[in-house]
Ligand binder design. Structure first.
Ligand code: ZN
Length: 266
């Protein structure tokens, strides 16, 4: 029977992740909304603006983001496509170092300020320890990225198609992992007076046992582990050399291959 690597943890077919940039104080309100609905997000911060008026304060970072991922966004929110490679490396490395000290988390991913990047930028970012980086190019689709250094989201939260896309996302099955990825800035809800929009979206999308709610790095780590499964030619033996449990489908059946373990057809 055909084995498809199209399931997320728990054997579910869908995952949702959120990504919010710039670390303004409205992240406090947004993380509380996510927490109420069990939704996970990644928050990309500029370490130079931490503690400035209107931005999150250094001491509060571990508490604000305790259920979420902190990621890099460059120390100074520079155009990464315009600066020299040595300055770029410092922008990313220093952001990683400072945010790790402030958050107590490992900083493993980022998003591009203004969404601007080139191949040289992502290659440089990778050398500075970044495992993924988000763009601002909406796919209005549900693919997991082929290159995590060019991770295109499904849509911005203000996208006119948001509700239609969510409906489409829940339509019956595809032979691939289905990922819904929303991005934005928390200050936009304040500026546009539409906090009700994200409340409504989280109410609709959250609390569903058939959806995996994950941070960006959890998705990246899981998809990588799924790619790294080792199959026998007969597909009756599968080895998972990674440190995370991986799920695949076999017809209607969901198969779990434990971290470091095997699945064998009986
Ligand atoms: Zn930004």
């Amino acid at each position: 029977m055909k084995i498809m690597p199209n399931l997320f943890p728990g054997g579910v077919k869908r995952a949702l992740t959120m990504s919010y940039d710039d670390g303004q104080e409205y992240d406090v309100r947004l993380t509380k909304i996510f927490d109420r609905y069990g939704i996970k997000g990644t928050f990309c911060l500029n370490s130079a603006t931490v503690g400035r008026e209107g931005f999150v304060s250094a001491e509060k970072i571990p508490e604000i983001y305790k259920n979420h991922e902190v990621a890099a966004h460059g120390v100074n929110h520079s155009y990464m496509n315009l600066i020299s490679s040595i300055v770029l490396a410092q922008e990313i490395m220093e952001d990683k170092r400072k945010l790790e000290r402030l958050s107590g988390q490992l900083i493993r991913g980022m998003s591009y300020p203004y969404g601007r990047y080139t191949k040289e930028v992502w290659q440089n970012a990778k050398m500075c320890g970044m495992e993924y980086s988000r763009t601002v190019n909406s796919t209005r689709d549900f693919y997991v990225p082929e290159n995590f250094m060019e991770w295109h989201p499904t849509c911005h939260h203000d996208d006119d198609n948001l509700w239609k896309l969510w409906e489409k996302f829940l339509e019956p099955d595809f032979d691939r992992p289905m990922l819904f990825y929303v991005w934005g800035h928390s200050f936009e809800f304040e500026r546009n007076h539409n906090w009700d929009r994200i409340e409504k979206f989280c109410g609709l999308a959250g609390g569903n046992t058939q959806i995996w709610y994950a941070t960006n790095i959890q998705i990246k780590e899981y998809i990588l582990a799924q790619h790294n499964l080792v199959y026998s030619a007969d597909m009756n033996l599968i080895y998972n050399p990674s440190a995370v449990d991986v799920w695949v489908s076999r017809g209607e059946e969901a198969i779990e291959i434990p971290a470091g373990g095997y699945w064998e057809e009986k």
